[in-house]
Design a protein around this ligand. Structure first.
Ligand code: CMC
Length: 429
């Protein structure tokens, strides 16, 4: 960390001093809020590669060292010892729960998993082949129509309940989207089950039958939810915050976050990775895939590779890689795509193009193979990501609501359009 607490600029001969802000960990930030007043200039940073948009105490990432902390706890410790719901409690409240607090939270989440019967009509209104992310976006936004009497953002209890409802109902809506797409009746949540088992039952229990759930599957899914739970100011969380900054309700904010997550550069990458591995097909085709990814004109990128922040390794990818081998072995799945993935990873990590650009496998590289082994359909992969990330989205939204420095998000631009000109009537053009 630097030991200076201000920086000086020379703005056309006029000295300008800007304070440097420091957090608990991480890079210091130059506070540029007074820059326009002092110099008449804005700052330009397309893609926010050097810009902190808020102060946050939820998650810390050190991209060079491959560190990820939720509320100070290293991701590998949480992945090894915690559960998704406990992590969700931690993200929202800032501290790990006592046994009593955890039991209360679990009870509350369990008893808010139902969706309003009228919400079922939303699903039946979609085409049967709608993408589940489209259905999730729409149905989550529509929750605000069912809870409009508890949307007073100035009431901490109403804010907290909205967060609980979103965490509780996301798996119910996700499973409903899937069941509708295969023509099954929407299933009710079973209260006696834990969070991940309940979701798997809602997904896979056939009408009139009883699902024999392998605990390995539920445990693996819970772990994936933990790994996806938060990742500081990523595109979807920043979207939730930007929408939240306008005072919009939390269901609308999270729906916007789901839309941002859907893109293949973000959460949509897990679906894209599996499609890519299937297209590559066999380890023999790996070299040509690498060559294509290096050729910019091909427009092809190695999906599941590279990260804006991690430039050494993604600690989540490390955990998922180990987990993939274990889960496939435990479930007795022999997936030839795993061999393709390993060969691709090995070849890319040896290749100068990827080494020079610090492109490593990210969280999405192996997660698709696990989802496939858990029999989650490919188009549901990003929905899985959304279920886990809901915990982070609501934690950030709650934090923003009480941030005394929070303002409406309103970036500026460098205008590159036409200079002022006079309107020309159509017959003179
Ligand atoms: N395959 C081939 N080349 C790549 C890749 C890739 N996956 N990722 C980056 N590059 C190249 C890129 O062409 C550029 O090369 P050059 O310097 O010659 O122009 C250089 O590496 C830097 O890339 P960038 O696009 O400027 O980096 P970014 O920080 O803006 O993008 C990223 C990060 C994750 C969007 C990008 O690496 C990517 O598109 N990866 C594939 C999609 C993916 O796996 N996304 C999931 C991200 S992790 C989970 C999540 O956030 O949801």
């Amino acid at each position: 960390m630097s030991d200076f607490d201000q920086v000086s600029l020379d703005a056309g001969g006029k000295p300008v001093t800007l304070p440097v802000l420091k957090g608990t960990l991480g890079n210091p930030c130059i506070d540029i809020a007074t820059l326009p007043k002092q110099t008449g200039c804005f700052t330009y940073d397309s893609g926010f590669t050097a810009t902190a948009s808020c102060k946050s105490a939820v998650t810390y990432i050190d991209g060079d060292e491959g560190v990820l902390l939720y509320r100070g706890y290293p991701i590998d410790q949480l992945a090894g010892k915690s559960s998704f719901l406990e992590v969700a409690y931690l993200l929202i409240n800032g501290e790990l729960p006592t046994a009593e607090q955890m039991a209360g939270f679990e009870h509350e989440v369990t008893h808010h998993t139902m969706m309003h019967e009228a919400l079922k009509n939303f699903f039946t209104g979609f085409r049967h082949d709608a993408h589940p992310m489209a259905m999730l976006c729409g149905s989550v936004a529509s929750l605000s129509a069912f809870y409009h009497d508890t949307l007073d953002l100035n009431d901490p209890e109403q804010r907290r309940m909205a967060a609980v409802r979103l965490i509780a109902k996301m798996p119910t809506l996700a499973a409903a989207a899937y069941r509708y797409s295969i023509g099954w009746p929407i299933a009710y949540p079973k209260n006696e089950l834990d969070y991940s088992s309940r979701f798997l039952h809602m997904m896979f229990e056939a009408p009139g039958a009883q699902l024999e759930l392998n605990p390995v599957v539920a445990k693996a899914l819970d772990l994936l939810f933990i790994l996806h739970a938060d990742h500081e100011q990523n595109a979807s969380t920043s979207t939730v915050r930007l929408v939240g900054s306008t005072g919009a309700n939390p269901y609308a904010c999270v729906s916007a976050g789901i839309a941002a997550l859907w893109g293949p550069a973000h959460g949509g990458a897990n679906e894209a990775v599996l499609k890519m591995l299937e297209e590559i097909g066999t380890p023999d085709n790996v070299e040509s895939a690498i060559a294509k990814a290096k050729d910019r004109s091909s427009g092809f990128r190695l999906m599941g590779f590279g990260h804006r922040v991690y430039k050494n390794f993604d600690p989540r990818a490390k955990i998922i890689r180990e987990m993939t081998h274990k889960v496939l072995e435990e479930l007795g799945v022999d997936d030839p795509l795993l061999e393709v993935a390993m060969k691709l990873e090995e070849a890319a990590l040896k290749d100068d193009y990827f080494v020079e650009r610090k492109l490593y496998p990210n969280v999405d590289f192996y997660s698709g193979i696990i989802y496939k082994a858990l029999k989650i359909p490919t188009e549901m992969f990003t929905v899985m990501f959304a279920i886990g990330r809901t915990a982070g989205w609501v934690a950030h939204w709650l934090e923003q609501q009480v941030d005394p420095e929070a303002k409406i998000g309103r970036p500026r631009q460098i205008y590159t359009g036409a200079d002022v000109r006079d309107y020309v009537p159509v017959d003179k053009r």
